[in-house]
Design a binder for this molecule. Structure first.
Ligand SMILES: [Zn+2]
Ligand SMILES: [Zn+2]
Length: 598
């Protein structure tokens, strides 16, 4: 969730309802066990609901969840008040004497610097508890006034998952119950539908079923193996992107996967990005690091010769594979990985060229994303954080204004995240909404004050003097891996015809029709289409079903009649039956679909 939206959510009634539902759930769970045997950890509201972590004498079953849910409704209907009390750490320790996790949290609160969820905070917090009925929780709130403000028909417990205390693999594994709560039963129902739909579209499930990619334990977690079909989709997407970049005035560069420690010292990565970088390797007594970013290499290409004001702008693009450390617990299919390919570019320009460059790059990003079938965008403009920012407030003004005006001109809805910029410059994050209304952050346009300084970049101006160029980092789809995941989920695996790894499949009715099927396949292939022949000795209906499951756009059934007339009987993956048509008509129909982006 974006910072602004999150702040708004935290002030909402729904947030208090969900937080209160978490407490009610914790009461119901603790009641199931003899006093003191159920240990409670933390239970915050989250984006679409809430959870609570428990340390219990036994594993919870689906039947338990039903029971807990039923008991929650009783507690809600009993209309208990949520009562808040401020107390000293010692008093709190007495109340939670059997609750080891709470005792640890109380220590954190007393020392300051941690809130009741163990998250770092600035101030030293007041210690407070909330009580409803017989249940007491260490909690800063806020809550609704009474349990009856939770709608008993709009809550649902979803599942139990393992979760480490403090997310740390070396600490005890707890049982986390996820639940959701809404204001109305209708909203709950819609949410459950979206969940179900998201499950069906899960790129990890579809990736396996459509044979697109895999992750192999022996290769390593978070490292992607692209199979031929997934590789084909990626190739088509990359070919398209490269062509567009060439048309858009970008030049292609290539850089190595490792660089010397001194490079990453100069760039600052070893200072502020080290926790995402892998341990160095040693070559000839020198330390080298796997690259987490491509920027320093592109900077050196810029620096490799004297640049004149006439050479600018320069736009260097690279499909650069970078490696970043992610904790094993957060790895997720194609979405969170340890090695990925960025469609990266760095723009170097004169200050006077900067507004136009930003306009161009924003428009370029939108055009390309639209070509992939995305229509809804939401932009976030992050501005200077006075506490940590390279460059003076005056230096930030022009780039921030240029970013803002580019958003205005492109007519993209945007929100300003005041003070949310990283220290090196203002940026635009462009998120897109997929077919389920989920937001995905893909494009970043990031202004940078620091690298031109650190690497002492210069160009010779009209006045014959050396000047510092402006530098903009830009990734359009961000990570090719993640973008593939978003595409798969957005289209539920039924990729548009131009992106489909197999566009048409010939289905011979009997073995004697294989010859004709091969002939048609050859004809289509030589016209540039991606075609397969299903020559297995399965029944026709089984072949059609399999092709449907593979989400192949055109199924071309051929039997005696079709062979005689040099035609194919066309069925679509939508189950629509187009009947028999000539090969020429089929090709023009495929062309129409490609043009329409379906
Ligand atoms: Zn609480
Ligand atoms: Zn960069």
């Amino acid at each position: 969730m974006a910072a602004g939206k999150k702040a708004e959510y935290e002030k909402s009634k729904l947030y208090r309802v969900r937080h209160s539902a978490a407490h009610v759930m914790a009461q119901a769970v603790t009641e199931m066990f003899p006093a003191g045997e159920a240990k409670v950890a933390i239970g915050p509201p989250i984006e679409d609901g809430f959870y609570y972590d428990f340390d219990l004498p036994r594993a919870l079953t689906p039947e338990d969840l039903e029971k807990i849910e039923k008991r929650m409704r009783e507690i809600i209907r009993s209309d208990y008040a949520f009562e808040r009390r401020v107390l000293s750490a010692d008093e709190a320790r007495k109340i939670f004497k059997d609750q080891d996790y709470k005792l640890e949290l109380i220590d954190g609160l007393e020392k300051g610097g941690l809130d009741e969820y163990g998250e770092p905070i600035e101030e030293k917090p007041e210690i407070s508890i909330y009580t409803q009925d017989s249940f007491v929780d260490l909690c800063r709130g806020p809550h609704v006034e009474r349990t009856s403000e939770i709608n008993p028909d709009a809550i649902k417990l979803l599942n139990v998952a393992g979760a480490y205390w403090h997310g740390d693999e070396n600490l005890p594994m707890l049982q986390r119950i996820y639940g959701t709560a809404w204001m109305t039963a209708d909203e709950l129902e819609q949410y459950l539908w979206r969940l179900e739909e998201a499950r069906k579209r899960d790129h990890r499930k579809l990736g396996r079923e459509l044979d697109l990619y895999s992750i192999n334990e022996q290769v390593g977690a978070g490292l992607i193996l692209w199979h031929p079909k997934g590789g084909m989709v990626r190739k088509i997407a990359e070919d398209y992107l490269r062509d567009e970049h060439e048309r858009g005035g970008y030049e292609f560069v290539y850089s190595p996967h490792i660089g010397k420690a001194s490079l990453w010292e100069t760039s600052g990565h070893l200072d502020w990005y080290a926790e995402n970088m892998y341990a160095p390797l040693e070559i000839d007594g020198q330390q080298y690091y796997l690259k987490p970013m491509n920027c320093p290499f592109h900077v050196h290409i810029f620096k490799s010769r004297t640049r004149s004001y006439r050479d600018l702008p320069l736009r260097y693009a690279e499909w650069g594979t970078v490696y970043r450390y992610e904790r094993s617990g957060v790895l997720h299919g194609l979405m969170r990985v340890r090695g990925f390919t960025q469609d990266d570019a760095h723009l170097f320009c004169r200050p006077d060229q900067m507004p136009e460059e930003i306009d161009r790059v924003l428009q370029f990003s939108l055009d390309v994303l639209r070509a992939f079938g995305f229509e809804d965008f939401q932009a976030y403009l992050s501005t200077r954080n006075p506490d940590k920012a390279a460059g003076s407030p005056e230096q930030w003004e022009a780039p921030t204004e240029a970013l803002r005006q580019a958003l205005e001109r492109a007519k993209v809805p945007y929100q300003v995240d005041e003070g949310e910029a990283t220290f090196y410059g203002p940026k635009i994050d462009l998120k897109l909404c997929d077919s389920l209304g989920r937001e995905w952050q893909l494009t970043t346009i990031q202004f940078d004050f620091t690298l031109p300084e650190r690497f002492d970049l210069a160009y010779v101006g009209e006045d014959g003097e050396e000047h510092r160029p402006y530098m903009i980092h830009r990734a359009l789809v961000g990570s090719m891996e993640r973008f593939m995941g978003v595409l798969i989920e957005h289209y539920a695996g039924a990729l548009p015809v131009w992106l489909s790894p197999v566009q048409a499949i010939l289905i011979p009715i009997a073995d004697r029709h294989i010859g004709y099927a091969d002939e048609v396949a050859e004809e289509l292939r030589s016209a540039g289409y991606r075609v397969e022949v299903d020559s297995r000795s399965e029944r026709m209906n089984a072949k059609i079903r399999d092709a449907q499951l593979q989400k192949i756009p055109y199924m071309l059934v051929v039997g005696d009649r079709e062979a005689e007339a040099h035609e194919v009987a066309v069925r679509l993956r939508s189950e629509e039956d187009l009947g028999a048509m000539s090969i020429e008509d089929l090709m023009s129909s495929i062309q129409d679909d490609i043009q329409a982006g379906v």
